[in-house]
Ligand binder design. Structure first.
Ligand code: KIV
Length: 279
C-alpha cells in the first residue's frame, strides 16, 4: 500500500522540479481509480455542484454536500492526499466560520487540506486556518464562486495592472501560509512569472505549462460533461458517447427480451414447477 503524501512532500516536489498532478474526485469509485493511477492530489472541488449535482454554478453548493462527497472520496482512496474545496459562504464571513467549516473537512471527511478562492481579502482567514492546524491551498485568477464580479468565465490578468495585482495576491497568500496555489485561466506567461516569484507550488488550470502542477475536472478529462467545456480543457477520452452506446444496447436488449440470457441468469431445482404442483 502506498504511503499517504504530506504537505512537505508536495512542497518538495517543486524543489525537485517534479510536476504535481491533481484531479477532481467526488465519489469513492472514481477516487479509487484515480489513486490507482497514481494521481498526486485528489481535489473534492465545488465543481461537484455543476458536474454531479446539476446546479448551474458552484455557488449553491453547501458544506453538508461537500462533506458527504469528500468522505466518500476518502473511503475510496484511503492513502490519497485529499483536499476539500470550501464552498461559497463557508469562509467568507471570517476566520471563526472558516475554522469551523475547514475543521469539518478534516474531522468528518478525513481530508488532508482545504482549498479556498480569493486574493488579499482572504489572507487573514488563511493565516487563522493555518494557525488552527488546517493546511490551505489558495486559488486566484478566475475564481468561479465570484465569476459574476469578474465579468463571467473569462481569462484574468491580461493587462499589466491586473497581472501586477495577481502577482501581489500570490505573494500575499504565500506569506499568509498557503502551501500551494491554484492559478485558473490566466495567460501562460503570467503563470510562469508567478511560479518563479513564489516558493510554494502553483497548480495551473488554463494557466500554461510552466506551472508546477496541473489540475483538471476529471469529468472534463474523460469527456463525460459537455454542458460547459472551457477551451483550456483537453479531453483524453470521450466517455459520454460510449456510455450512451452501452445504455442504448442495454435498453434495446431488455425491450427485445434478449437480456438477460442464460449466461446472466441463475438455475435452481430442475423440475421446480412440478415440485410446486404448477404443471
Ligand atoms: O472546484 C474545482 O473543481 C476547482 C478546480 C477546477 C481547481 O476549483
Amino acid at each position: 500500500m502506498q504511503k499517504r503524501k504530506t504537505v512537505a512532500d508536495i512542497l518538495n516536489m517543486k524543489k525537485a522540479g517534479e510536476k504535481i498532478t491533481m484531479l477532481t474526485a467526488y465519489d469513492a469509485a472514481m477516487a479509487s481509480m484515480l489513486a490507482a493511477a497514481d494521481v498526486d492530489v485528489l481535489l473534492v472541488g465545488d465543481s461537484l455542484g455543476m458536474v454531479v449535482l446539476g446546479y448551474d454554478s458552484t455557488v449553491p453548493v453547501t458544506m453538508d454536500e461537500m462533506i458527504h462527497h469528500a468522505a466518500a472520496v476518502r473511503r475510496g482512496a484511503p492513502t490519497a492526499f485529499v483536499v476539500g474545496d470550501m464552498p461559497f459562504g463557508s469562509y467568507n464571513s471570517g476566520s471563526r466560520d472558516a475554522i469551523l467549516n475547514g475543521g469539518r473537512f478534516l474531522k468528518e471527511a478525513g481530508c488532508d487540506a482545504v482549498k479556498l478562492e480569493g486574493g488579499l481579502e482572504v489572507c487573514e482567514t488563511v493565516t487563522a486556518l493555518v494557525r488552527a492546524g488546517i493546511s490551505v491551498i489558495g486559488h486566484i485568477g478566475l475564481t468561479p464562486q465570484t465569476a459574476t464580479q469578474l465579468g463571467g468565465y473569462k481569462v484574468q490578468g491580461r493587462d499589466m495592472e491586473s497581472a501586477r495585482m495577481m502577482i501581489e495576491e500570490a505573494r500575499g497568500l504565500e506569506k499568509a501560509g498557503v502551501f500551494a496555489l491554484v492559478l485558473e485561466c490566466i495567460p501562460d506567461e503570467l503563470g510562469e512569472i508567478i511560479s518563479e516569484e513564489i516558493q510554494i507550488p502553483t497548480i495551473g488550470i488554463g494557466a500554461g505549462v510552466h506551472c508546477d502542477g496541473q489540475v483538471l475536472v476529471t469529468h472534463d478529462l474523460l469527456g463525460m460533461f459537455d454542458t460547459f467545456v472551457p477551451s483550456f480543457v483537453k479531453s483524453y477520452s470521450k466517455l459520454a458517447p460510449s456510455i450512451k452506446k452501452a445504455v442504448d444496447e442495454y435498453t434495446s436488449e431488455v425491450r427485445s427480451g434478449t437480456f438477460p440470457d442464460k449466461a446472466h441468469s441463475f438455475s435452481g431445482e430442475s423440475n421446480l414447477r412440478k415440485l410446486l404442483g404448477l404443471g
